[in-house]
Design a protein around this ligand. Structure first.
Ligand SMILES: [Zn+2]
Length: 475
């Protein structure tokens, strides 16, 4: 939203907002036009400048200073106070630095709430993705999502409507989301442990089915996976986890089917690869054919950021075979010409149903301005393996979620060197029972966890502002 009225003089204090080893110089000019609204002219316009090595150099900004606007949350006029500017040619590093200091963006409009003056406190939420462990409620959402993809019916009233698409496509699906046994094993209750074991069992059975489909087609139903609890030895002394001799059972079973030369070690390696491709997947180790699932060591490894595996990353749009509903993610740049055609109708439906906006107020122009414009200059990421999360580099993107060939939701995100910032999310109101907002957030967190393998600086997931006084924003 553009500012309505300027208060005070815009002061060039970005050097205070940005890191101290960068200084910024701006040249006063004129002209003000923000988001289609006539406003007071910017107090200064200029390019951010710094030492030659400074990554923040080059962005063109128009500083509008501090403004009071109507507050969309409490409804008061001239009560919401923020500092605002428009920007172009901004590097992903600069925007990342601003985001870390409380700025957000709407299109090319950047703003930072002035907490001492404003009516409603907008607090930045960010999550350290590597530390994240899904709660019981979140694991339930994931389990429900997994059941839906596998063709089960939803328990809520909307389920039958959504499941009718299942019979149209029984051949492809992707990303059966599995909560790993990652949450603190020593603190969880018995039922949580059972949940984790059950989720792991489903994951391993699913991996087995995919392994057999790829390497031994026409094999009959394999024996189910079994686990036993284990205590770590050697370096892992004292740690808890689960272990499975499933690869031995499976190899012996395949040999009984007449498949000679099948070794438990190679079966275990194949299953491990398949398990690691699952979102929020379990950490899996292979030791002499045994599949081990450590808990505590995973936490300490994540905390110190020591993961260094490269290449074990699921392609974003990869499609697995074998589930009842097809699910695909497509990542497109914010200025991809196909976006208005593909997304506008869903955006309109969402704004009208969910936010009660007047239909005539939701136009293609507002859609383009709000979601398809960005001040960020895209930047490639060297070192991303083909098909990996960061193949398209840094910048502003639309992550589309397709269910059964139909656009189900869109997540507008900025992928930056140290974070993914979730800017906006809209979804099909007919699919409310699928909790797509929660599912997509969990998938995006998992995505950061995977992307960290090739880009260790990626740490945070920014979810937008938390607003305690507004129940919609109190997540
Ligand atoms: Zn307010």
């Amino acid at each position: 939203r553009g500012p309505k009225r300027a208060i005070g003089e815009g002061v060039l204090f970005y050097n205070l907002l940005l890191s101290s080893n960068c200084f910024i110089h701006a040249i006063a000019r004129g002209i003000g036009h923000v988001q289609g609204e006539s406003v007071s002219p910017p107090t200064c316009v200029g390019r951010l400048k710094g030492p030659t090595s400074c990554a923040m150099e080059g962005a063109l900004v128009r500083d509008y200073g501090q403004h009071l606007t109507h507050c969309a949350y409490c409804g008061k006029n001239d009560a919401s106070s923020a500092h605002g500017m428009t920007a172009e040619d901004m590097s992903v590093q600069t925007y990342n630095a601003l985001l870390d200091r409380g700025w957000r963006r709407s299109g090319t409009w950047l703003y930072k709430p002035c907490h001492l003056q404003t009516c409603c406190q907008l607090l930045t939420i960010r999550l350290e993705a590597a530390q994240f462990r899904p709660s019981k409620a979140q694991r339930k959402v994931l389990a429900q999502w997994r059941r839906y993809l596998q063709g089960g019916t939803m328990s809520t009233a909307g389920g039958s409507a959504a499941c009718r698409h299942g019979d149209a496509s029984t051949s492809q699906a992707t990303h059966a989301t599995v909560p790993g046994p990652a949450a603190g094993a020593t603190t969880r209750g018995g039922s949580d442990l059972q949940d984790a074991i059950q989720a792991l069992q489903e994951a391993l059975d699913g991996a087995t089915a995919r392994y057999l489909a790829a390497s031994h087609p026409a094999a009959p139903s394999p024996p189910p996976a079994r686990f036993t609890q284990r205590c770590g030895k050697g370096k892992a002394q004292g740690s808890l986890g689960l272990t499975s001799a499933h690869a031995f059972v499976l190899a012996a079973w395949l040999r009984r089917q007449g498949r000679t030369g099948v070794e438990a070690r190679e079966v275990a390696q194949a299953l491990r690869t398949l398990l690691q491709r699952l979102p929020l997947g379990a950490e899996v180790e292979v030791a002499k054919g045994h599949l081990n699932f450590p808990w505590e060591r995973r936490q300490s490894a994540c905390a110190s950021g020591t993961e260094s595996q490269v290449g074990a990353v699921e392609p974003i749009t990869h499609i697995h075979a074998g589930l009842a509903h097809s699910f695909e993610r497509r990542l497109l740049p914010h200025d991809d010409p196909s976006l208005p055609e593909t997304e506008f109708e869903l955006f309109k439906k969402y704004q009208v149903h969910h936010h009660k906006e007047a239909e005539e107020g939701v136009t293609r122009k507002t859609f383009a301005h709000f979601l398809c414009s960005s001040p960020l200059t895209p930047e490639p990421f060297r070192g991303a393996p083909p098909g990996s999360c960061l193949e398209q580099g840094f910048g502003s993107f639309h992550q589309q979620y397709w269910l059964d060939g139909r656009l189900a939701a869109v997540s507008v995100i900025d992928i930056l060197p140290s974070c993914i910032s979730s800017k906006y999310f809209f979804w099909d109101p007919d699919l409310a029972h699928l909790s797509l907002g929660k599912v997509s957030s969990l998938l995006e967190i998992e995505w950061i966890q995977q992307a960290r393998l090739v880009c260790p600086s990626l740490r945070y997931y920014y979810l937008g502002f938390y607003l305690h006084t507004c129940h919609r924003m109190r997540y």
